[in-house]
Write a protein that binds this ligand. Structure first.
Ligand SMILES: *Cc1c(COP(=O)(O)O)cnc(C)c1O
Length: 458
């Protein structure tokens, strides 16, 4: 059996780690639509973005042409503290499911932030430092991004101000303390520290916040403080670029053993881990070299791909950021307090949105009780305690494997296991006590939100 030659974990050596990030936009025939200036409706130029973002990151954001972007040595050195990450053959899960499918997962949870977010955090902090900035501001939902950025800023001696969505701030006090351990300041959002925070609180007293609100606050502080810029942990093209390290490593590990995935699955919040995982495979598909199925999995409570509109929208609730063309639920959409905090963003990467729109990938949504069932099943056989976000991908990987059991097909499934769930035990507790509900927005609620989409002449 060829299977027996494949180890449980395929590790690359440090030398085999990628030297370049891969920019999937270079291979897209229809490029993602440009960011627009909300005032003029014109595409944002380098100069327009300079008050908000670091210079080198703007270059990466706007670069639709260069296929390979070298990873600076300093970033590679940092990556070596926790990369390459293992590609695991889920032999135990296959056995448990009695499926002929071969299941692999790329595990990104082996670092203190507990997720893949560190891959982009270190890159963004590095370019901020190189530009001579004092610090960066950002938002965080569940806390993984804030933690990752705090770690990267501590390493490079940069100041880090985090606006944390209030509901998470209250549910996850230990996340906050991890960030403070790494020297970050953490403010619950919406706050009274910013003009936009005050405005949102006046309009929605008692709101538990959203990523969209926290982004507005972080951008306001960055643009109003000398030597600061704003950084974002998902959605943007530059973040997908940095996360391509996930897919490049996964592909290198699979190539070593001649493994070719049939279907590649990832959870989708803003699209960065999924985009990073699929990028090199998508490149082959776009160039007509190979074919793969790609599946984005999102929560039924925040279904941007499956029920959203493909339209220009604000990236934040305060409407201070540029407009992005993406699958969106509307920047005013505040999802119910589901437990996959990292998947609660109203929009989606414009790169993935374009690929989805052009039929290169699929999307599906799942309810959270089903997600936690999969999480528990996975934990019991594979040992790892998965993050609720990651468990969306597990759910669909298991469902695909069960379909193979019915049809007898020996498909090869690859999914992204983005992180660990140690800070999500309140959610696991609700699940175990049978107190978890599956809130799904109604069409009327979504229509109300769509009605507020900005009018843009394209
Ligand atoms: C943030 C996060 C996600 C979702 O973000 P993407 O940008 O869509 O990848 C998924 N899993 C974990 C563990 C996260 O922290």
């Amino acid at each position: 059996m060829a299977n027996e030659k494949i180890p449980y974990k395929i590790y690359l050596s440090e030398e085999e780690m990628p030297r370049d990030w891969y920019n999937v936009r270079a291979d897209m025939k229809t490029k993602p639509a440009p960011l627009l200036n909300p005032g003029t409706g014109e595409p944002m130029r380098f100069e327009d973005l300079q008050p908000v973002f670091c210079d080198e990151l703007i270059r990466q954001e706007l670069d639709n042409d260069n296929r390979n972007i070298p990873i600076p040595q300093e970033i590679r050195d940092f990556y070596k503290m926790y990369r390459p990450s293992p590609l695991v053959r889920a032999y135990c899960l296959e056995e448990k499911l009695q499926t002929p499918a071969k299941i692999y997962y790329k595990f990104e949870g082996n670092n203190t932030s507990g997720s893949h977010k560190l891959n982009s955090a270190i890159a963004q902090a590095y370019y901020a430092k190189k530009q001579g900035l004092k610090g960066v501001t950002t938002e965080t939902g569940a806390g993984q991004w804030g933690t990752a950025l705090s770690m990267a800023c501590a390493y490079l001696d940069l100041d880090c101000k985090v606006y944390m969505v209030k509901v998470s701030y209250e549910q996850k006090p230990f996340r906050r303390e991890v960030m403070r351990t790494y020297g970050a300041s953490v403010t619950p959002s919406p706050s009274m520290e910013t003009e936009i925070g005050k405005k949102i609180l006046a309009e929605h007293p008692g709101t538990t916040g959203s990523l969209g609100c926290a982004i507005s606050e972080a951008v306001e502080v960055a643009t109003g403080t000398e030597g600061y810029r704003y950084v974002l942990g998902s959605v943007l093209n530059q973040v997908l670029l940095h996360q391509s390290v996930i897919g490049l490593e996964a592909k290198a590990a699979m190539d070593k053993y001649g493994i070719v995935p049939d279907v590649i699955i990832g959870c989708a919040g803003g699209g960065s881990n999924l985009g990073g995982l699929i990028s090199p495979f998508m490149g082959e598909k776009l160039r007509g070299e190979k074919d793969y199925r790609f599946i984005a999995v999102e929560p039924a409570s925040c279904p941007s791909f499956t029920r959203g509109r493909f339209a220009y929208d604000f990236c934040d609730t305060g409407m201070v950021c540029p407009l992005a063309k993406m699958y969106t639920l509307g920047s005013g959409f505040i999802p119910s307090a589901n437990h996959a905090g990292g998947l609660r963003y109203h929009g989606m990467s414009s790169t993935l949105s374009q690929l989805y729109h052009d039929g290169y990938m699929e999307a599906t949504s799942v309810e959270q009780t089903k997600v936690f069932e999969a999480a528990e099943q996975f934990a019991r056989v594979e040992g790892i305690l998965p993050a609720p976000e990651s468990s969306h991908a597990i759910r669909v990987a298991i469902d695909e494997a069960l379909k193979c059991k019915e049809t007898g097909e020996e498909k090869t499934i690859l999914f992204g296991l983005t992180g660990t769930g140690y800070f999500d035990m309140v959610a696991y507790e609700k699940f175990h006590n049978g107190e978890m509900t599956d809130y799904v927005p109604t069409d009327a609620e979504l229509e109300e939100s769509f009605a507020k989409l900005p009018k843009v002449n394209e």
